[in-house]
Design a protein around this ligand. Structure first.
Ligand code: NAD
Length: 239
């Protein structure tokens, strides 16, 4: 690797697990007691908005009790010394990468694309306007854009919806020299397909850092399994 190369990093729920945020598919994970189609689809929201708001209110409130861990900090540290480009694509809707970057001045070009939205934002379903949001959300809230009640929803990309930043992500994958996938089960597309695409194109070195082999583990050139707080700092430490 030259210090001017483009590193693309993809993260999933596993990188935040040791901060205290549950992953989705673990036995005691977020889906335990919650059906995906009820809390993570537009149809589920239309059927029972209160239930969906409660699910995301609970997750938004959890953010106050957690902090970035050594894996988030290792990526932020790399951004502080890497002269090339770092593109961080996260499927996570927490704000731990953003918080890890506070006080860090990127040495080269750095961009973070939260492709599945953010718990800290809400979207008005009437105007599509997005606003910052820190507290609980309910059908009683009035949006600031059209002054309507009950139009606000979490700014989360649900199943069946288009992820954010796909154009920017596609362009970054085209430039990638190194692609590192961290803490994702590789079961949700399009993110799960990034490694397959890069493997076909044969340009980037592909690395998986995860607790266990992901669904697409066979596509990676290099694999390291263990806790994110242990293996991520070691992997990026030498760069
Ligand atoms: P996941 O729960 O499917 O997988 C987490 C991965 O992290 C697993 O492979 C696990 O082995 C690994 N892991 C667990 N603890 C770890 C640790 N300490 N260190 C390293 N790895 C660890 O989560 P995912 O892959 O992120 O799921 C894909 C994405 O789908 C989610 O990030 C989410 O954005 C999206 N999604 C969103 C919703 C929603 O609420 N709208 C619903 C379902 C999925």
């Amino acid at each position: 690797m030259r210090n001017t190369d483009t590193i693309v990093i993809l993260t999933g729920a596993g990188i935040s697990a040791e901060s205290g945020l549950q992953t989705f598919r673990a036995e005691d994970g977020l889906w335990c007691g919650h059906k995906v189609e009820e809390v993570a689809t537009p149809e589920g929201f239309a059927r029972n908005p209160q239930k969906v708001q409660q699910f995301y209110n609970m997750r938004r409130a959890q953010l106050q009790d957690v902090s970035p861990n050594a894996a988030h900090q290792a990526i932020a540290g790399l951004a502080g010394r890497w002269r090339g480009e770092i593109v961080l694509i996260t499927q996570n809707v927490d704000d731990l990468h953003q918080r890890a970057m506070e006080g860090v001045t990127p040495k080269g070009n750095y961009a973070c694309y939260p492709m599945h939205g953010s718990l800290k934002r809400v979207r008005c379903t009437a105007s599509e306007e997005v606003s910052e949001w820190d507290s609980d959300l309910s059908a009683e809230h009035t949006c600031l854009c059209c002054n309507l009640r009950g139009t606000l929803r979490p700014d989360i990309v649900w199943f069946g919806e288009m992820p954010y930043f796909l154009e920017e992500i596609g362009a970054a994958l085209d430039r990638a020299t190194l692609f590192v996938s961290i803490g994702t089960s590789g079961s949700v597309y399009p993110a799960a397909g990034f490694v397959q695409q890069l493997r076909l194109e044969k340009r980037a070195h592909l690395v998986e850092l995860n607790l266990e082999p992901s669904a697409g583990s066979q596509y990676f050139h290099e694999r390291h399994y263990g806790k994110a707080t242990e293996i991520v700092p070691v992997f990026f430490g030498g760069m």
